[in-house]
Design a binder for this molecule. Structure first.
Ligand SMILES: *Cc1c(COP(=O)(O)O)cnc(C)c1O
Length: 400
């Protein structure tokens, strides 16, 4: 950031400075015991994170991408299967699908929540698939493949509408894997169960990323899977460690995808602060709303239905002339981001899928308007006031 008084998009220095002594202790412990792989730091963090997510099991892995890929493989998904997800997500979601051997199929998002639209999932099932009653298998008509799973992405820290997604999964016999990589601690009110549920506790399994910029971030790469299925957890433990449960006895061919002990120790320290950091993000989101309302709502703030408690990994607004808007904000020292500028179905990497513009109109429409404003727990009130003032100035100048 060139502007001295600028407002960063994200501050990763302050939280680490605050925890420096505790984090250095983790390094010391690892060095003193040469405990770099496995051991109590990994187990303790897995236990703590499972508890935090209201899940029975947590298996630490090398990244969120590993978590998604291993969860799919452990659930028996692979070549010849279709896995449904949204085009408005980070490419890791579809990389995991392709890399387990399956084929991604996209369903468009809901314009209000930016998450998978259950009605469009239902429409895909009813118009593009056949249900084989004998084998209880949903078949994608075009590829003649089994629809094995759906991955709803809890984007920006807000959970997807899980009740109808889970109901479709039950009716048509496929599984749900949550991409909770942006949603540590997010909650969803299940009308069906009449209670709040945590991200990572609702699907067959859920993937979390601890990439440094995530709400719970390591000092390097890390990820985890949560699940209530003991068998799936056991499979995950083998997959991350070359398919072995006992050293050099390989039941299956696996991967090198373990969670480092040092990262696990660091995550354990930070997890204790996560409820406070989440509360601060939620307070900052409420303050943005208040300040934008006072300024006459120059932008639409994120939709927050009463059935979610988002953790505001990102605070996303929408504007016309986005590139110009971001340039002007940058010039006055306000950093912004775009999540994500190119929908997956229009990425070069997926040209072979044969999609064209217009295939997923809601994702395409929002992709050219979305802007992520500064959002992190240490974001101050005066910084937020400046963001809102600058946004308002830029947008009112455009109008006249
Ligand atoms: C960050 C992220 C991932 C991948 O996590 P990594 O730890 O970077 O591999 C997957 N899905 C979503 C939605 C993410 O935001």
């Amino acid at each position: 950031m060139s502007n001295q008084n600028g407002i960063p998009f994200l501050d990763l220095v302050t939280p680490h400075a605050e925890l420096k002594n505790e984090l250095v202790e983790i390094f010391k412990t690892a060095l003193d015991t040469a405990g770099f792989i496995g051991g109590p730091m990994v187990q303790n963090f897995e236990n703590d994170f499972a508890k935090y997510c209201d899940a029975d099991h947590c298996v630490g892995v090398g990244s969120g991408t590993d978590a998604l890929r291993f969860a799919l493989i452990a659930a028996g998904i692979g070549s010849g299967d279709v896995v449904v997800t949204v085009p408005n997500t980070f490419i890791a979601t579809t990389e995991a699908i392709s890399q387990c051997g399956a084929r991604p199929v996209f369903v468009d998002i809901d314009e209000a929540t930016y998450n998978l639209d259950p009605k469009k999932l239902q429409a895909y099932i009813e118009t593009a698939c056949d249900f084989d009653q004998a084998t209880k298998t949903l078949i994608d008509r075009k590829s003649k493949s089994r629809v094995a799973a759906v991955i709803p992405v809890h984007l920006y820290g807000q959970m997807a509408d899980m009740d109808p997604i889970l109901a479709l999964a039950e009716k048509y016999n496929f599984i749900v894997i949550e991409d909770a990589c942006q949603a540590h601690g997010a909650e969803y009110f299940s009308k069906k169960e009449n209670r709040w549920r945590k991200a990572g506790s609702m699907g067959k399994a859920a993937a979390f990323s601890f990439y440094p910029g995530k709400n719970l971030g390591a000092c390097g790469e890390a990820g985890a899977v949560t699940t209530n299925d003991a068998n799936l957890a056991q499979q995950m433990r083998m997959l991350r460690d070359h398919g072995q449960a006992q050293k050099y006895y390989h039941d299956v061919e696996g991967y090198n995808g373990r969670l480092d002990s040092i990262q696990a120790g660091i995550l354990g320290v930070k997890l204790k602060h996560l409820p406070d950091w989440t509360a601060k993000r939620q307070a900052a989101a409420a303050r943005y709303r208040e300040l934008f309302a006072k300024a006459g709502n120059p932008v639409n703030t994120p939709y927050q239905p009463e059935w979610t408690k988002p953790v505001y990994h990102l605070f996303v607004v929408r504007v016309a002339n986005r590139e110009d808007f971001m340039k002007q904000l940058g010039a006055v020292g306000v950093a912004t981001g775009i999540h994500y500028p190119i929908p997956l179905h229009l990425q070069k990497a997926y040209a072979a899928m044969g999609h064209k513009k217009g295939d997923f109109p809601i994702t395409e429409k929002v992709s050219v308007e979305i802007v992520s404003l500064p959002m992190f727990p240490q974001l101050r009130e005066d910084q937020q006031a400046k963001v809102v003032e600058e946004v308002t100035n830029i947008l009112s100048a455009v109008r006249v």
